[in-house]
Design a binder for this molecule. Structure first.
Ligand SMILES: [Zn+2]
Length: 884
């Protein structure tokens, strides 16, 4: 599955907009009638697809040939074909050939075709041949075309149900068969599919390429690219590997070409087997809705995430490239070699690819420090799971709308986090043995949840399904409350963690693998246990009295919140640097944020806690502190608090920036390089630091004049100099955006275009959303930047509602379901306006309703928090200003 992570410039953007574009699944909006499945008594064996593709023309033609076996007499055959003009359909069997006629096509493209003579289709083996013509899609879904300079290209994106809009097929993940492509394209152009070329001939201006029959694949993993493609060979992999770009971009493939061999080798080592397919191409696609997509042999990426000029590549871009690449290549085993039987087990693809991907990045590139910094993404899942709107990861997928709702932080990050906890519980080697047995047993086929539990239970001798089920088959995140008794024992109570004022109608229990750390007279002890009951008294080995401090989520490896009554928790906060690892300190801050939202700690306590962590020596922990400061800004800071808040920001983060300095030092760690722009932006923007703003403008001028600048600071400098920028600077950014040949630069410049504060320049930026030469996936990005401050949310919301129709026409169809998030923030009146706006069914495509509910929960939560804790925080901030 593709994924899309917008690099948020602010924590607030993360909640308002990452959600708006965070998700990733292309489904043509359709009525929310139940999905009708393919019949069980027809089995496909293989499919051949011949297409005549000239991307400079709006339409194309083709034929498909499906080999199948019918096991029971039937009135008709079913296949998927959405809005395709079907031509002749012929069914050839032992008893001869018969023409078929389509009887019906439902909204999701399921076609029932019967024999023209009305006779039933008897059991036997058949070849179904269908001729058709179709238009290319023009909005980056299914088989689509786009123009770059003077050249036309065609690319595909099929997951979840868009292969059926490109050619007739059996479009369900459990139908895994070999496919064989034959593409006829204009002479002089190139074509790529999942498999290597078998034959290639050119005659009369047309080039016909026959591709090798693929391994058994589900239709959602097929891929095609056609046009004036360029290839960069990658050396050092077990199979032929290339980076594929449009014309003129192969000079930007260096960073990814260097990354693929070590990442692939590390995966092959973990799985104890070679990459399962014949070749590997990584394609940079100029118009692409998602982050990347794991088509075997032909992995597609949005070009901004694949192509880099090393001179301008920041540490965070490098981290994203590593994570995307590792995630997608992990899918070659999780998802491609073994595929979920149906969409309800999407987590078997995505949770695993997230878990494995990050594990490999940590191993191959430890300097990128993803193990600590990655926690901020897990927080998205924690946040969602703390609301009553949280859904269960595994749920029956019966409609397109609820298929869309399964592609979220819960399937990705919660799943990843639970797998990590399971791995720590069973031990990495045992876990690996179970996983490998599962892959071996189901290779080239499909699997369901129970298959995985069986393999893991067999490998470990424990009931893994009983534990896993409490996380994958019920919503929510548990909180473990510890109460230390006088004799060294502790009472542990578990319940669902919910934000303040929320009650679950069910009392739920989890099986939680706990890992506890605490000091004893003989040193630091670690106690592991599986907490299953609601109320459990445990003896802490080595203790006869309460410990000074206790950490209930050692290594931050468990998916739960926690709290200890009394002094032990306060002491832990003040001793954190000494006794906790950086990952635990990061987790401690996230936990504190949750306790604030749950009503267990006060607003001023949270603000004070961040001050204490402002001295932390670890760069990733400081980045979590900066996120916390961003949270206070988003939730509490109204116009009158700006100045005391600016002082607070300087007090919390100023020292850290002084310590690391504004200039990168030779040989400094990647996490320092990526922290610097975060601190710099927060201090210059919310911290209103005039010197930093001047510095940003100097750096921007150097960048614009072509001098070399620190690539990690480039985006931050552009953003900050836009804050006070004038019309001349706006025009410079706009021209640069329109002409920059490096795709990854577009995001930085577009973000900066949305950061100008002068009202007339904001008006121009709003115009630019619809009038500028933006790619479909870039419109939301600019709107996100325009709305990244609480005081601008209303303006963005008003703009979105008044320009709803043209906006929704331009953005990829999938993005329409996330439009409700433009009403997010803290304002209940805007929430009411949004409810009224989306009450019109024309404004609410399938899938958007769930997003509206989630957005509403986040606004209610924010408004409640502001009302509850606003006064305490306000007086704390004012005190800070007057304090000596
Ligand atoms: Zn994925």
């Amino acid at each position: 599955m593709p994924r899309f992570r917008t690099p948020p410039t602010r924590f607030h953007v993360a909640i308002a907009i990452a959600a708006a574009v965070a998700s990733t699944l292309a489904v043509t909006p359709a009525a929310s009638a139940g999905i009708e499945r393919l019949p069980a008594d027809v089995h496909a064996a293989s499919q051949a697809i011949a297409l005549d593709l000239d991307p400079s023309r709006a339409s194309y033609s083709g034929t498909v040939r499906i080999e199948l076996t019918v096991t029971k007499s039937r009135p008709d055959l079913s296949f998927h074909s959405q809005k395709i003009s079907l031509g002749t359909m012929v069914l050839r069997g032992a008893a001869g050939s018969n023409e078929l006629r389509a009887k019906s096509e439902d909204e999701e493209g399921l076609v029932h075709a019967a024999r023209a003579d009305g006779a039933p289709i008897e059991p036997g083996r058949y070849t179904l041949e269908i001729a058709f013509t179709n238009d290319f899609d023009e909005r980056a879904s299914s088989l689509y075309r786009l123009k770059v300079a003077d050249d036309w290209y065609a690319f595909t994106q099929f997951e979840a149900c868009d292969a059926r809009a490109a050619f007739p097929c059996l479009d369900e993940p459990s139908v895994k068969v070999p496919y064989q492509f034959t593409l006829t394209i204009p002479a002089g152009e190139e074509a790529v599919t999942n498999s290597p070329v078998v034959s290639d001939r050119t005659a009369e201006g047309r080039r016909t390429i026959v591709f090798l029959k693929t391994k058994p694949l589900p239709s959602y993993l097929l891929a095609i690219a056609v046009g004036h493609l360029e290839f960069t060979a990658v050396k050092g992999t077990s199979i032929p590997t290339r980076i594929v770009t449009v014309k003129g971009k192969s000079g930007l493939t260096g960073p990814v070409a260097a990354m693929v061999p070590p990442v692939l080798a590390a995966l092959e080592k973990y799985f104890g087997r070679a990459y399962p397919f014949e070749k590997l191409d990584l394609l940079a696609v100029p118009e692409y809705v998602y982050g990347a997509m794991e088509n075997p042999g032909a992995v597609t990426y949005s070009d901004q995430f694949l192509l880099f000029d090393p001179k301008s590549m920041s540490v965070s871009q490098r981290r994203t490239l590593a994570r995307f690449t590792s995630h997608e290549l992990s899918h070659m085993w999780f998802g491609d070699l073994v595929t979920m039987e149906w969409w309800d087990d999407l987590w078997l693809n995505e949770s695993f690819a997230e878990w494995m991907g990050d594990k490999i990045v940590t191993q191959v590139y430890p300097e990128l420090d993803t193990r600590v910094s990655g926690l901020s993404e897990t927080e998205q899942a924690y946040t969602e799971d703390s609301r009553l709107t949280a859904r269960t990861i595994r749920q029956p997928v019966t409609t397109v709308a609820n298929l869309l709702s399964t592609v979220d932080a819960l399937t990705y990050q919660k799943g990843q986090s639970v797998l990590e906890m399971m791995e720590a519980w069973l031990g990495p080697e045992t876990f690996r043995r179970g996983v490998l047995a599962y892959l071996k047993e189901h290779e080239w086929g499909n699997a369901v949840e129970a298959d995985l539990w069986r393999s893991l239970s067999k490998a470990s001798g424990r009931d893994v399904g009983a534990m896993g089920s409490t996380y994958f088959n019920q919503p929510g995140i548990p909180i473990v409350r510890g109460e230390l008794l006088g004799d060294g024992r502790m009472v542990l109570r578990q319940s669902r963690f919910l934000n303040y004022g929320l009650r679950d109608s069910l009392s739920r229990l989890w099986q939680i693998p706990l890992s506890i750390r605490y000091p004893t007279p003989k040193g630091i002890a670690r106690h592991k246990m599986l907490l299953a009951g609601s109320d459990t008294t445990v003896t802490l080995p080595g203790l006869v009295a309460p410990p000074e401090w206790i950490q209930l989520n050692a290594d931050q490896s468990g998916y739960y919140r926690w709290r200890v009554e009394g002094a032990a928790m306060t002491r832990l906060a003040s001793e954190a640097v000494r006794v906790l690892t950086p990952r635990e300190r990061f987790g401690f801050l996230l936990n504190a944020y949750a306790l604030l939202k749950g009503g267990a700690i006060r607003g001023d306590e949270y603000a004070k806690l961040l001050v204490g962590f402002g001295d932390d020596p670890d760069p990733s922990v400081l980045s979590a502190v900066a996120d916390g400061v961003g949270t206070i800004h988003a939730y509490f800071v109204t116009e009158d608090l700006k100045s005391p808040f600016a002082e607070y920001v300087r007090r919390v983060l100023g020292g850290a920036l002084t310590r690391i300095g504004l200039e990168a030092k030779p040989g400094e760690s990647a996490s320092v390089s990526s922290l610097r722009p975060e601190l710099f932006m927060t201090l210059a923007d919310e911290g209103e630091d005039a010197k930093l703003r001047t510095y940003a403008r100097t750096e921007t001028d150097r960048y614009l004049s072509g001098e070399s600048v620190d690539p990690s600071m480039q985006g931050a400098s552009l953003h900050v100099s836009a804050l006070d920028g004038d019309a001349a600077l706006f025009d410079v950014f706009r021209k640069r955006f329109e002409g920059d040949p490096v795709p990854s630069e577009r995001g930085r410049l577009l973000g900066a275009i949305g950061a100008f504060q002068a009202p007339e320049l904001r008006a121009r930026a709003f115009d630019y959303v619809l009038s500028g030469p933006l790619k479909p996936q870039e419109l939301n990005y600019l709107l996100g930047s325009l709305g990244s401050r609480p005081e601008h949310e209303e303006e963005v919301w008003n703009w979105v509602t008044t320009h709803y129709d043209p906006l929704v026409k331009r953005i990829p169809s999938l993005y329409a379901i996330y439009v409700p998030w433009f009403a997010s923030g803290c304002e209940l009146t805007r929430l009411e306006a949004a409810r009224a706006f989306f009450a019109d069914p024309a404004h609410l495509p399938p899938g958007a309703e769930a997003e509206l509910l989630k957005m509403a929960a986040s606004v209610t939560e924010c408004a409640g928090l502001r009302e509850r804790e606003g006064a305490a925080l306000r007086s704390y901030l004012h005190e800070g200003v007057t304090a000596p």
